[in-house]
Design a protein around this ligand. Structure first.
Ligand SMILES: Cc1cc2nc3c(=O)[nH]c(=O)nc-3n(C[C@H](O)[C@H](O)[C@H](O)COP(=O)(O)O)c2cc1C
Length: 338
């Protein structure tokens, strides 16, 4: 019922484990599979030029204001973190892909980060040779040095990669004001899908020490609150680009996954919910999506993709209050009674 065709891969669920600490070793891949994930995007490997990014500060995560939230299976949190690339060498990473492919029954998506177009292409070729089913270009990490935009360097990288490999290539873009422009640029440069969106970059400060918390620099920040702008970015891109969209950012429940599909996503990549609420999150999401489909009489998710976008009201047609204009002088201030 949940089967989803995505970039030529038949996924048994639209729920994919997003690149990060839940896809950094082989045992996690089997946990993802056992809990019903449709595919896994592996932790991003950085080019040798960025090998310092293979070492992480500790601690590298903080749940902001966790003490003020309901502990346990939370629906509200902000996950603040500074974790950069896959922690092994590139040789380790190619071997990691090979081992995953030998054991996993679900598609494995490699993920890479570099800057020079030649490095992107060479790494992509290795990912393909190791057997990955697709590759995601992490153009937008909040920890990436320099611009997070899909700029001219990214266009060159995308062209070099699609010119080199035969597996599908996804461009993972950053949230912001011009996601749509970036998605169009990625499509024109040959991306087969866009992943919308990576996390925001933020900072939190400890007022006692008067210093930034944890490692002392900006961090990635996300949480369930991210879903509203993520959905907007997906909806905008769905109207304009012609390649599939993998939504990511803020999905915590099966209901969220359904919403992302209704605004145009083909698949939904999930990470924070797994980190906070456990691997069962995936099984729970699958059950909730199935329950929704049964209740609405939907047999394939493709049939509802983009429904909410199709019924959006253009701003000029929004029904507005059309009575008398408000007359400020009629608003007489009344002092509260004794
Ligand atoms: C601790 C952590 C590490 C991450 N590492 C990567 C990474 O290596 N590569 C990448 O493309 N995205 C990375 N991400 C982003 C996730 O893949 C995902 O797109 C993002 O967290 C939004 O989804 P979520 O709200 O379900 O967590 C990371 C996120 C977190 C929280």
């Amino acid at each position: 019922m949940l089967t989803t065709l995505f970039l030529g891969m038949e996924l048994r669920s639209p729920v994919i484990v997003a690149s990060g600490p839940a896809s950094h070793d082989v045992n996690q891949i089997s946990l993802a599979e056992r809990h019903g994930a449709g595919a896994v995007v592996l932790k991003t490997a950085c080019s040798d030029k960025y090998q310092h990014m293979r070492f992480w500060p500790r601690p590298r995560y903080k749940l902001l204001d966790w003490d003020k939230q309901i502990a346990g299976r939370s629906k509200q949190f902000s996950l603040y973190s500074y974790e950069q690339g896959y922690s092994g060498s590139l040789e380790d990473y190619w071997e990691f892909i090979r081992v995953c492919k030998r054991h996993a029954g679900i598609p494995i998506v490699g993920s890479i980060f570099a800057d020079e177009a030649g490095d992107w292409a060479a790494m992509a070729a290795e990912v393909e040779m190791a057997g990955a089913d697709a590759i995601e270009l992490d153009i937008s990490s909040p920890h990436r040095p320099g611009s997070l935009e899909f700029d001219t360097t990214s266009v060159a990288a995308m062209r070099a990669v699609v010119g080199r490999v035969h597996i599908p290539v996804l461009a993972k873009l950053a949230p912001g004001t011009n996601v749509l422009k970036q998605a169009e640029a990625a499509e024109q440069a040959g991306a087969h899908a866009v992943t919308l969106c990576n996390r925001l970059q933020g900072i939190d400060v400890d007022i006692e020490s008067q210093r930034p918390i944890l490692h002392g620099y900006y961090a990635g920040i996300g949480g369930p609150w991210a879903k509203y702008y993520t959905m907007r970015h997906i909806a905008e891109a769905y109207r304009t680009v012609h390649i599939p969209i993998s939504g990511t950012g803020g999905a915590i429940t099966g209901e969220d996954v359904v919403k992302y599909i209704l605004v145009g996503a083909s698949t939904v990549q999930v990470l924070s919910a797994i980190l906070i609420n456990g691997w069962e999150t995936i099984a729970r999401m699958n059950e909730e999506i199935t329950g929704y489909m049964q209740r609405k009489g939907v047999d394939r998710l493709e049939s509802i993709r983009g429904q909410a976008v199709a019924s959006m009201t253009p701003p000029d047609n929004i029904v507005r209050w059309s009575g008398e204009p408000l007359d400020g002088t009629r608003n007489i201030w009344k002092e509260p009674g004794p």
